[in-house]
Design a protein around this ligand. Structure first.
Ligand SMILES: Cc1cc2nc3c(=O)[nH]c(=O)nc-3n(C[C@H](O)[C@H](O)[C@H](O)COP(=O)(O)OP(=O)(O)OC[C@H]3O[C@@H](n4cnc5c(N)ncnc54)[C@H](O)[C@@H]3O)c2cc1C
Length: 506
């Protein structure tokens, strides 16, 4: 029996597999597609923007360099450590096609972030992300079986029997990372609720007879939006048709040209279309991310429009949050409630993302109320505060889990501390253990991890900027679980260690 079967070798399933493999679990990934390569994952169609929070995940597991290299991004910085690699080019977000001006982002106003190479995002491709993650998964002993489509499941108190065609696989846990049309979600009976679409979206690679009739980048119009990417013929468009286009059919060239002309307000001509796919802004989320021994992550748990580039980033956040919790459960030392904290922490983030995309759809509608709201948002984006606010939402800098502490650092992603000896926090996070981080000169946490080093690593170093805290407990997913702040009482550390690292440390 496998510890965990994962349905889907997309980016979320692969990252989860890496985390579980790193923690010593027996993991099998079942992927329905027989082959890896598809034009939808390679550039230009597979282009994806990773937020600063997602880049940090790759940095902290030693996968940023390989990702940058696979993405064709030129890295700079002369150091040997992961953190000294600065991502390029810069990925900056937008709100409903209204671009943020990077110069207007006030980095000092981002809550509890430290200057680091990962304050910025990275433009990459699904192909690059999956290649790096599949490589790492193999290194940590994960088996990926391709051409295996999950078609059925049966669960009881002991485990799950997963069916893929004629084959059956026994596992203690099943995680559905099988995308927006998740089979696992339906088979396990998850409740999936949300809102219906306002638009139909198209992304295509076409030959445009007169591309100069279209503006470069995002252009918002009274009937929707179009996007002309730098690669010739790579075009996106959003048509505010109430999501009525029948997406079961491949849109013919005439339809695409009609929509592009209507949305762009030009008489542009499409000569032919090589690839096209459609999407909508339907926004749905499961009410829980767990049904017994079946869990969901990524698009399987939440779907929404790609506006603002959040789907993959949210899925990466799901996987890094779930991995260590499920591993602790598999290994038998997790306290009751640890696994359910996955839903408690990630569901509100997913709900926020759905609302973020709904807000963008709302200001794009072709009616006077929406157009007035759009003008208001544009004005706000023209301010430093407005730009910084939107950036703090899309970069992940504003994310904070409610872990029941009023300490302003607890629940946030740990800042990328740089220590006085030149090392960085991410130099100590590669093996997936938690970290008892002691920034004090009086060795406040000395001995606190004795006998539990397999789960919590003690790092005692003065930092160049300690944000006013002396000691921290950082979870394997990089989230601060405890910070001593003004209170030098160590009992808080013990309680937090027991809460997050379970019976193994009490
Ligand atoms: C045009 C466009 C642009 C986007 N841009 C961005 C962006 O810039 N930034 C961002 O964060 N997000 C972006 N997204 C969203 C992002 O691509 C998705 O959120 C992300 O790919 C979800 O990853 P996933 O692993 O959850 O699902 P998927 O990538 O859908 O992977 C699911 C995997 O499961 C497999 N599978 C499906 N069913 C089964 C089954 N029954 N059994 C076994 N395997 C199965 C599939 O073959 C697939 O390999 C964009 C989306 C679109 C459409």
């Amino acid at each position: 029996m496998h510890d965990v079967v994962i349905a889907g070798a997309g980016p979320v399933g692969l990252l989860l597999a890496c985390e579980l493999g790193l923690a010593g679990c027996d993991v099998l990934v079942l992927e329905k597609e027989p082959e890896t390569g598809t034009p939808w994952k390679a550039l230009p169609l597979g282009m994806r923007g990773l937020s600063a929070a997602s880049v940090e995940v790759f940095l902290r597991r030693g996968m940023l360099r390989p990702l940058l290299s696979a993405s064709g991004a030129h890295s700079y910085g002369s150091g040997d450590t992961e953190a000294q690699v600065a991502p390029a080019p810069r990925s900056v977000s937008h709100f409903a096609g209204m671009m943020l001006n990077p110069a207007d982002i006030d980095a000092d106003a981002l809550p509890y972030r430290l200057p680091s190479p990962v304050l910025e995002g990275v433009m990459t491709s699904l192909e690059a992300v999956e290649t790096v993650l599949a490589g790492r998964a193999a290194e940590v002993g994960v088996e990926i079986r391709r051409g295996r489509q999950v078609t059925g499941l049966r669960q009881d108190a002991e485990g799950v029997l997963v069916q893929a065609g004629e084959d059956e696989y026994a596992a203690r846990w099943l995680v559905g990372c099988d995308g927006g049309r998740s089979t696992v979600r339906g088979l396990a009976g998850f409740e999936f609720t949300g809102t219906q679409p306002l638009f139909t979206g198209y992304t295509m690679l076409a030959t445009v007879a007169d591309p100069d009739k279209l503006k470069p980048g995002f252009t918002l119009t009274p009937t929707g939006m179009y996007l002309q990417m730098p690669t010739p013929g790579h075009i996106g468009m959003l048509d505010c048709d109430g999501g009525t286009f029948d997406r079961s059919q491949q849109p013919p060239l005439e339809h695409l040209q009609t929509v592009l002309r209507r949305v762009s307000g030009t008489d542009v001509t499409l000569r032919d279309v090589q690839f096209v796919s459609t999407f909508t802004d339907r926004a749905m989320q499961t009410t829980s991310y767990r049904q017994g021994r079946v869990l969901l992550a990524g698009d399987a748990a939440h779907i929404h429009s790609p506006l603002g580039a959040q789907g993959l980033n949210t899925g990466i956040g799901d996987a890094i949050n779930l991995g260590w919790k499920l591993a602790a459960t598999v290994h038998g030392y997790a306290h009751d409630g640890l696994l359910d904290s996955y839903t408690h922490e990630r569901h509100p983030i997913g709900a926020h993302i759905l609302d973020w995309t709904r807000a963008q759809s709302a200001v794009m509608k072709p009616d006077p109320h929406a157009q007035a709201s759009q003008a208001l948002v544009r004005d706000l984006l023209g301010t430093r505060d407005g730009t910084t606010y939107v950036y703090s939402r899309t970069s992940g800098a504003s994310h904070r889990y409610d872990l029941g502490s009023t300490h302003p650092l607890v629940g946030r992603n740990a800042p990328e501390f740089r220590f006085t000896d030149g090392t960085w926090l991410s130099d100590f996070t590669q093996d997936g253990r938690g970290i008892a981080l002691d920034l004090t000169t009086d060795q406040r946490l000395a001995g606190a991890t004795a006998g539990r080093e397999d789960l919590i690593r003690h790092v005692s170093k003065p930092a160049m900027n300690e944000l006013g805290c002396g000691a921290l407990l950082v979870r394997p997913d990089g989230v601060i679980a405890w910070a001593d702040g003004l209170d030098p009482d160590h009992a808080g550390f013990e309680l937090a260690a027991a809460r997050w690292f379970g019976t193994a440390v009490v």
